[in-house]
Ligand binder design. Structure first.
Ligand code: ZN
Length: 137
């Protein structure tokens, strides 16, 4: 049965559920792959879960986007640790409730599950990142 990607990946997006390559330890998130991006091995994965906080490795601030998105919108590449240890997942994260001037490489950010946009009137939920509470400027 056909399922749109946002439905198929819903579980991963809601729980920060990821999969770790048994051969090399690379973590796939949020998409579930058959072939490991790092080592090319096929099919051997272990379910894992990510911490709710990661560290900003790099970021851009998007200024021009379709009307349904607020701008400026920071988009960061985050390293998010697994709850069980091992390699962190490299995650693309949209930011929310965070002034773009207050984002820095090396800062911690926490995942926040929320409505991202609507498709045909149905809300699509996924995660965004924001400065942890108590760490706001
Ligand atoms: Zn691998």
């Amino acid at each position: 049965m056909y399922e749109p990607p946002f439905t198929r990946d819903r579980d991963a997006n809601e729980r920060l559920a990821a999969r770790e390559c048994d051969a090399c330890g690379w973590v796939s998130f949020p998409e579930h792959r058959e072939i490991c991006k790092r080592c090319g091995s096929v099919g051997e994965w272990t379910d894992t879960e990510l911490e709710e906080r990661g560290t900003v490795q790099s970021y851009v601030v998007q200024q021009r986007l379709p009307d349904e998105f607020e701008t400026p919108l920071p988009l960061a590449i985050m390293d998010v640790p697994q709850t069980s240890g091992g390699d962190p997942a490299r995650v693309y994260g949209l930011f929310t409730e965070t002034d773009p001037e207050h984002i820095d490489i090396g800062m911690e950010a926490e995942a926040d599950f929320r409505r991202i946009f609507d498709v045909d009137g149905l809300p699509i939920h996924s995660f965004k990142f924001k400065r942890p509470r108590g760490d706001r400027l």
